[in-house]
Design a binder for this molecule. Structure first.
Ligand code: NAG
Ligand code: NAG
Ligand code: NAG
Ligand code: NAG
Length: 461
């Protein structure tokens, strides 16, 4: 029995990994996936969360969490969840994320030694989920995974305009704990918005990064620019730019940097923008896709006016460029060709979580005047401090608590037909969602529908 089981598992495993990289629309099964809880003092201590649904007509009988690939050995599950007919669910397991290297040679330290192979498939951590029906037959397989080269793996995406892509993003991308800020009690309480650093975010598959920048001179001038969360200085900018540089060189993926706000030190010193643009030029300049200022007045107006959303990944790749920077400061757009106009931003930051659905309805149903049409836009699916205010007991929630409430709601709303209309979607604590899978699957589906891409077939190797 066991050996027969194993054969089935191997087959199902291959099929399901293919599924997770795109064919989700072709299946009737009840999806299961693993996420990392936001509610922990550190990533190391963060519990793994077993999810299924939403709205499964035929939920599995049980789901197992394994720390070794169940297709390759007979180890029993470390956690077994009895589904009891629930159509959707989320079970916080006792298993912690722990100290884990990014798999496939993608850890920050390993890529300095060896260039990792660009695989077209997701790469699993040794954390696997498998679901079974009443008869003990395997139904679905997934794992906690990284997808460092998902754009590269889908050449058909090269022709899709940026506004038609679903770009998985993080809000306040640089707002996480580092060796330098770990002692800061205020940051620890309210300053962090992500549990993974920018390098890991990119390796997981995030492609749209959001930055607020502050200017605050340091004694020797090397650390003048800061990642801000509201008015808190969280970290120095330069090391993050260096990680982005390293990532795009190794992966040839396209990464979007959205410099949205400048809440400290710029207001009375607009010349700081020049210095920041110089820093961007210095660290990333050769990899950035620039605006072309043509002297010919009659030529391409879109290029002249700084809108980037009708470009394609292919336009950028053909020039050997992998970074697009949008920058929310008009005078800087006049000064530099490095940066493009910001995309339209919609944010749920001031809403109560009960208001999220109506807000999303207005953006996605297209009847509302707010609904974006034929433009590049970002949805900041986050809740701010004020939005979490509870009048009854006059309390606010901490960022990780807010993300733990808002993210599942947001993902459920986005999971249906609205995913086809999403552009950049930014969340706090992205690792507690399946945002990246949703984006990759949606994009894949678009290239299948696009008649210009007849050459693109299902991802079967
Ligand atoms: C500047 O100061 C930082 C610490 O504040 C230090 O890490 C860095 O090495 C210094 N750079 C120079 C060039 O002295
Ligand atoms: C982008 O493309 C759409 C559809 O082709 C077009 O309607 C729109 O004017 C274009 N926008 C810009 C800024 O070029
Ligand atoms: C940027 O340039 C445009 C066109 O030359 C001009 O109308 C606008 O005032 C400039 N903006 C700033 C903030 O300098
Ligand atoms: C799609 O991209 C290929 C090159 O990658 C190009 O030859 C082709 O014309 C593009 N098709 C469309 C419809 O843009």
């Amino acid at each position: 029995m066991c050996s027969r089981w194993r054969t089935i598992l191997v087959a199902a495993c291959v099929a399901a990994v293919t599924l997770s990289s795109g064919e989700v629309y072709a299946t009737e099964g009840c999806p299961i996936y693993l996420t990392i809880s936001a509610l922990a003092r550190s990533l190391e201590e963060a519990p793994l969360v077993i999810n299924w649904g939403p709205g499964c007509e035929n939920p599995p009988d049980w789901i197992g969490l394994y720390t070794e690939n169940p297709a390759l050995n007979n180890a029993s599950p470390v956690v077994k969840v009895l589904v009891n007919g629930e159509q959707s669910g989320q079970v916080i397991s006792e298993v912690k994320f722990g100290r884990r290297k990014l798999p496939g040679g993608w850890s920050h330290a390993q890529v300095l030694q060896h260039i990792p192979k660009r695989k077209s498939k997701p790469i699993c951590f040794d954390l696997y989920l498998t679901s079974y029906d009443q008869e003990g037959q395997l139904e679905y397989f997934d794992c906690l995974k990284i997808q460092p080269t998902w754009m590269f793996s889908k050449p058909g995406l090269g022709n899709v305009s940026l506004r038609e892509l679903f770009l998985p993003g993080t809000h306040c991308s640089g707002c996480y704990q580092t060796r330098n800020n770990v002692g800061n009690a205020i940051l620890k309480k309210i300053g962090f918005r992500q549990s993974l650093d920018v390098w890991s975010q990119l390796v997981f598959g995030v492609r749209y990064l959001d930055f607020s920048i502050g200017y605050y001179p340091s004694h020797n001038g090397t650390r003048n620019f800061w990642i801000m969360n509201e008015h808190f200085r969280v970290a120095s900018v330069r090391p993050i730019l260096q990680d982005i540089r390293r990532f795009v060189i190794l992966s040839e993926e396209t990464v979007f940097l959205d410099f949205r706000r400048f809440p400290l030190g710029f207001h009375n010193n607009p010349e700081q923008h020049e210095a920041l643009l110089q820093l961007l030029e210095q660290e990333l300049g050769d990899l950035v896709y620039r605006r072309q200022l043509s002297s010919d007045e009659e030529s391409d107006a879109p290029m002249m006016d700084g809108e980037s959303y009708n470009l394609t990944l292919g336009d950028m790749r053909r020039e050997g460029k992998y970074i697009l920077i949008t920058y929310n400061h008009e005078a800087s757009l006049n000064e530099s060709t490095l940066v493009w106009k910001p995309w339209k931003k919609h944010s749920s930051a001031f809403l109560k979580h009960t208001e999220l659905e109506e807000f999303m309805q207005n953006l996605f149903s297209q009847k509302h005047p707010d609904a974006p049409r034929n433009i590049g836009w970002s949805l900041h699916g986050v809740q701010g401090f004020q939005g979490s205010y509870n009048e009854e007991d006059a309390t606010y929630l901490m960022p990780a608590e807010r993300a733990s409430i808002v993210n599942p709601k947001l993902m459920q709303l986005l999971g249906g037909p609205w995913s086809q209309r999403a552009n950049a979607v930014l969340v706090d604590y992205f690792a507690n969602t399946n945002l990246i899978d949703l984006a990759i699957n949606t994009n894949h589906y678009k290239t299948l529908r696009n008649p210009a891409n007849e050459a693109v077939v299902l991802d079967i190797q």
